[in-house]
Design a protein. Structure first.
Length: 112
């Protein structure tokens, strides 16, 4: 079991704590390539979670077609708006170079 430290914006941390956000999508940087179910994540040095699933995609658009948007963005934006959020966070070259990783997780201590 490996532990990964992941930083998210405060609004997303609140959604993680509340249990509404259960999938973290991001560029599949090399340090995340080995993440697997059973590994741990510490969000913002304070919120522990366990990885329950991992999938890789070529693009954010492809990932958002396969993963439920409501678990990525609990405010449930439209598909195009969700894609745009990622393109505002990541330059297109990072998406092209690294691909995208979807990390499914649950907070430590949760039954589900």
């Amino acid at each position: 079991m490996k532990v990964y430290k992941i930083r998210v914006k405060e609004e997303y941390l609140d959604q993680i704590k509340s249990g509404r956000k259960r999938i973290e999508l991001r560029a599949a940087y090399p340090y995340l390539k080995g993440i697997k179910p059973g590994d741990r994540i510490i969000f913002n040095d304070s919120v522990p979670a366990v990885v329950t699933g991992v999938r890789t995609y070529e693009t954010f658009r492809q990932a958002l077609r396969e993963e439920p948007i409501s678990k990525v963005f609990p405010d449930e934006p439209s598909f195009e708006r969700a894609v745009k959020r990622f393109h505002n966070l990541y330059p297109k070259w990072k998406e092209n170079r690294y691909g995208v990783i979807a990390i499914k997780f649950k907070l430590l201590g949760e039954e589900r």
